[in-house]
Design a binder for this molecule. Structure first.
Ligand SMILES: C[S@@+](CC[C@H](N)C(=O)[O-])C[C@H]1O[C@@H](n2cnc3c(N)ncnc32)[C@H](O)[C@@H]1O
Length: 271
């Protein structure tokens, strides 16, 4: 049963979609990222979305969209964005979606083949039943539709620390290392994490292949927390960098344990 409650519906006539986008909905996400691998990968994601999405008006679902968009402006300008989030404060703070639904992405369902693009960014690590979420996405995507997932890599240094440390430590890290004074308050990150097995990129890709989703981009990259820390807390960053280099040297293969996040873009096969 769908228990979601539509909080706000903001229909956007097509004429409105072609108007210049006001400055306040510029993707803060991109502006906020420090220079480094994360920003580079997000720019690559943007260019793939621009190139692969069909021309004309787009229908987009942001699952756990919160209040920050990771979409390029060229895509946002011609899109009708539906955001579903379980947190009423996040929904209230969302300024770019035309339709904002207070709901649980594990159970909320849309009519089949409704969306050109589904984006689920920094969300699956918070979800107990990722399989239910992905099944809903497969159904709701149009054939050839794209699914963008951004998530932490559970097999990285930051992934392991996040997975096995208590929530109060995450709040402490956000407040005292990242300098986010409001961290942990209602509607503010960090949100409690679950790290379902499908958050691991290999498992996610195997699951996707079984559901007719083809990987068109995958990138594990250095978490933006590292360049952020190098700027804000150079001594702590130097210690962590040295520790990471030692672990890398001890591990077989060319693993970099600082690859704390990934992007994956999947395409729904079919005509
Ligand atoms: C770390 S935030 C990411 C928000 C946004 N995607 C971003 O990257 O800025 C995680 C979001 O997932 C939402 N969330 C967590 N569990 C959810 C669920 N079961 N259904 C819908 N949203 C959920 C939270 O409320 C929060 O807004």
């Amino acid at each position: 049963m769908n228990r979601s409650l539509a909080l706000a519906t903001r229909p956007a006539p097509l004429t409105e979609l072609s108007m210049p986008v006001p400055a306040e909905i510029h993707p803060k996400s991109l502006l906020a990222l420090p220079p480094g691998e994360a920003k580079q990968s997000l720019l690559t994601v943007h260019s793939i979305l621009e190139a692969r999405l069909p021309a004309g008006p787009l229908s987009i679902y942001e699952a756990g969209g919160g209040s920050t968009s990771y979409l390029p402006l060229g895509v946002l300008r011609r899109s009708h964005v539906t955001v579903v989030d379980i947190d009423a404060d996040q929904i209230r703070n969302n300024s770019y979606a035309q339709e904002a639904i207070l709901g649980d992405i594990q159970t909320h369902r849309f009519p089949p083949q409704r969306f050109d693009l589904i984006i689920c960014y920094n969300v699956i690590e918070h979800i107990p039943d990722v399989e239910a979420v992905l099944s809903g996405f497969c159904e709701a995507l149009k054939p050839n539709g794209l699914l963008l997932i951004g998530a932490p890599n559970p097999k990285s240094l930051s992934g392991i620390v996040t997975k096995y440390s208590p929530h109060w430590f995450h709040v402490w890290f956000y407040r005292h290392v990242r300098g986010e004074k409001h961290a942990g308050l209602p509607g503010e990150a960090p949100f409690p994490t679950h790290f379902h097995p499908l958050v691991t990129l290999g498992n996610l890709e195997a699951f996707a292949a079984g559901r007719g989703l083809q990987v068109i981009y995958r990138k594990k990259y250095e978490s933006p927390r590292y360049p952020e820390m190098r700027r804000r807390k150079p001594l702590l960053a130097a210690m962590i960098d040295a520790g990471a280099k030692t672990i890398n040297a001890l591990l077989p293969g060319k693993i970099d344990v600082r690859h704390g996040d990934y992007h994956v873009i999947l395409r729904k096969l079919g005509s």
